[in-house]
Design a protein. Structure first.
Ligand code: ZN
Length: 434
């Protein structure tokens, strides 16, 4: 397929009248449109206004999608214990499937082609199967909770790790490596030391398996960890093996100098979730400091009950604006930097090579947006538009591994009406006050 339009190959490379040529799952050429058409005359042609690398959601909870709007105006620990954990505990396998499908539908419709997805304790295979069916690229994991957790979610340590290993064997690397596994403790508060150390052992036992957890999102959380372990949260996670290049820590809002040194020295990935951090009043992650230290920072929407949208373009805008006002510095986190966070940095965090840029020899994960719309007029600077004005609704085309997931604004890999209808049915039955 030959895709033509203004090609944003990466944050530094914009080709105004460009093209991307795809063969199989790989990009074979990126360049001037007429040159590409001459070189690849037999390819099916599809025109978009703007072509960009598919965005990477560096931290999401697809299975929380039925909880959009159930827990506004609460802070993290109450939000979890009163609303989100009871919701997760109450979902049947079919409900979990409906939630995951709604989440992936929203991600695909709004321009995300890869996600790091923190699932729930039970029925994780429903999300794996939905991700496979829809063709999204994903690093997914069943959640581990073996202490201080509500009935319905609390598991025995060994049983939780054994179930994780079963899922690793079943799903890690399937579909030509498009689906990969992350061992996923909920957070240090709800996991024993044995569970956290077991997560590291499991990740080490299988090549390419990573670890994904929440860390230092909220002050109450880090106080709870410090009361129990005598250590700051990142130091505790480091002690039990949950730092390193194969670890993605969501949030890292409340970290001190020593903890930041650990994150940098170990090459740990951090996912910045500005909307979630603002809405739950968690705080402002020290992202500029992380970037200065060379820490890889991805961007994440977190889940529908704390955001309440999975739109990556809105998240780029929030990411930049929050840092600008925090530092009272209008130059903080410019468009190029947030675009990199939402694309190539996210792919690096998720452990996918040759993803996150439109490059010859890289994976054909491509999104097309329309810009013949009022919000995009005039289009002086396409990077500025993507970071500050674009919206997920502008996405018209999506491709992962060379497979077209959405074209002309229509999702081809799923029945969107049926997914929304099932989601409404299960949401109506859901017990959110258990
Ligand atoms: Zn989260």
């Amino acid at each position: 397929m030959l895709l033509s339009g203004t090609v944003v190959a990466d944050a530094d490379t914009v080709i105004p009248d460009g093209a991307v040529v795809v063969e199989g799952d790989i990009i074979v050429a990126v360049g001037d449109r007429s040159t590409c058409r001459d070189q690849y005359p037999g390819h099916e042609h599809h025109a978009c206004d703007v072509l960009v690398p598919g965005t990477v959601g560096g931290h999401v909870h697809s299975v929380q999608s039925l909880g959009r709007g159930i827990a506004d105006d609460t802070e993290l620990l109450e939000w979890l214990s009163e609303y989100v954990l009871p919701m997760e505990a109450s979902l049947s396998a079919d409900g979990m499937r409906a939630a995951a499908e709604l989440g992936y539908l929203e991600l695909i419709e709004s321009g995300t082609t890869t996600c790091i997805d923190h699932l729930s304790v039970a029925h994780a295979e429903e999300a794996f199967e939905a991700a496979r069916e829809f063709g999204i690229r994903g690093r997914l994991g069943k959640v581990l909770m073996d202490k201080d957790s509500p009935a319905g979610l609390l598991e025995e340590t060994d049983a939780a790790l054994e179930e994780s290993e079963r899922l690793v064997r079943r799903y890690h690397g399937v579909d030509d490596g498009r689906i990969r596994y992350a061992v996923t403790p909920r957070f240090a508060v709800s996991c024993t030391e044995a569970c956290l150390r077991g997560a590291r052992e499991l990740a080490d036992a299988y090549e390419g398996v990573m670890i994904h957890t929440h860390a230092s999102e909220n002050r109450g959380e880090i106080e709870a960890v410090e009361d129990e372990t005598g250590k700051r949260n990142i130091h505790w996670l480091d002690e039990v093996g949950l730092t390193g290049e194969d670890v993605v820590l969501a949030h890292c809002v409340w970290t001190d100098e020593g903890e930041r040194e650990v994150l940098a020295e170990t090459g740990t990935n951090v996912t910045y979730c500005p909307s979630s951090n603002m809405k739950l009043a968690s705080g402002i992650a020290p992202v500029l400091d992380y970037l200065d230290r060379g820490i890889n920072v991805a961007l994440g929407n977190d889940g529908p009950p704390c955001n309440n949208t999975l739109d990556p373009f809105t998240e780029m805008r929030q990411a930049s604006l929050l840092q600008k006002v925090d530092h009272l510095d209008s130059e903080a986190l410019p468009a190029k930097t947030v675009f990199e966070m939402a694309t190539v940095n996210g792919a690096q965090a998720a452990g996918f090579d040759r993803v996150g840029k439109l490059r010859e020899g890289w994976k054909a994960d491509i999104v097309g947006l329309e810009t013949d719309i009022t919000r995009a007029t005039p289009l002086h600077d396409v990077l500025s538009h993507l970071a500050f004005a674009a919206h997920g609704d502008d996405v018209q085309f999506s491709m992962v591994d060379g497979e077209v997931l959405m074209q002309d604004g229509e999702v081809l890999v799923a029945d969107a009406d049926a997914i929304r209808s099932r989601a409404r049915e299960f949401a109506a039955e859901m017990d959110v006050t258990a």
